[in-house]
Design a protein around this ligand. Structure first.
Ligand code: AVJ
Length: 308
């Protein structure tokens, strides 16, 4: 029997797999298995974003934490294992509350439990939710000043319109103050491609996990090994695209339908947009924010933008 999540998964997957360019939403990567593989990605030598962003956050921890007024709430979108958040929480003994929002319930609740032990004086209110749509904030932070935190360049997964909507919704939170946004920057193409096609094949496993998930939770019968992982650089807007490429013609059953694949046909599984200071500023402004400050590393690989 299918529960609500699986019904959503089937409906969404069928939408994507009926299209001329087949696609699957990257939000389906993050079941418990996928979230664990993603944590491995963040340790890969080729995957510079996580460690570069973490260093920027460490270097500016006090100033970033000071954006949250005393008793205010830090609201994180897509919190995952909340590793980077600890840098801000460690510098934020004046915070009143932390609200981690994540779609992966098991991961979210385990992490929230750990954080409650680590920060006994902070109220932690985990919310299971999909930040690509409206999310109700807990009543406990209704009157608190809020600072949004969306690290990791996850904003880059969203198409430009959805990215603007997300930032505009955060701008409209009652008592919204600032928004701390992590974004990956445009750089030499080989560096970008290697970050999404690592030598150990961890990103390939992450990409293919979405097909395993469809087999597990949607009763599909993908021959997962017959799909090759591919990372492509694309311009305008600047982005890496991840695809799963069928290495032979095949038919796959999913729910009520049979999906046909030609040899070489791909499923587009993720876009990871890369920004320049200009395109980041334009994004912020389109959502009603201003770009107050742009914090970067020495090599300008990654940016943490402070919106106000
Ligand atoms: C979690 C969306 C930021 O785009 O770099 C990493 C996801 N995909 N490797 C990214 C991802 C493949 C990651 N984000």
């Amino acid at each position: 029997m299918l529960d609500q999540t699986n019904t959503d998964l089937v409906t969404d997957a069928l939408d994507g797999l009926r299209a001329p360019q087949k696609w699957l939403s990257p939000k389906w990567f993050y079941d418990d298995a996928g979230s664990a593989i993603f944590e491995q990605i963040t340790d890969l030598p080729e995957y510079y974003p996580t460690r570069t962003e973490a260093a920027i956050l460490r270097d500016h921890a006090a100033a970033l934490a000071a954006l949250v007024p005393g008793g205010g709430a830090l609201v994180e979108l897509g919190s995952g294992a909340s590793v980077k958040t600890r840098t801000l929480l460690d510098a934020g003994s004046h915070f009143g509350a932390y609200v981690p929002i994540d779609i992966s319930e098991g991961f979210l609740l385990d992490t929230a439990g750990d954080l409650m032990r680590r920060y006994p004086d902070l109220s932690i209110h985990p919310v299971v939710g999909d930040f690509t749509g409206p999310v109700d904030l807990p009543d406990a932070v209704a009157g608190a000043s809020k600072v949004g935190f969306f690290p990791g360049s996850t904003i880059g997964n969203l198409d430009p319109e959805a990215a603007i909507d997300l930032l505009a919704r955060a701008r409209a939170w009652p008592d919204a103050r600032h928004f701390i946004l992590g974004a990956d920057l445009v750089k030499e193409v080989p560096t970008l491609v290697a970050a999404y096609d690592d030598a150990a094949g961890v990103t390939a496993a992450f990409n293919r996990n979405v097909l395993h998930r469809l087999n597990r939770e949607a009763g599909a019968n993908f021959d997962v090994a017959a799909f090759a992982h591919e990372a492509r650089w694309c311009d305008d807007p600047a982005r890496i695209e991840m695809h799963l490429v069928a290495t032979r013609a095949m038919q796959v059953t999913l729910g009520p339908e049979v999906i046909h694949f030609a040899n070489g046909e791909s499923i587009h599984t993720e876009s990871c947009r890369k920004y320049t200071p200009d395109t980041l500023g334009q994004l912020a402004e389109a959502a009603g924010w201003g770009l107050a400050e742009l914090l970067t590393d020495e090599q300008d690989r990654f940016a943490v933008a402070i919106l106000q």
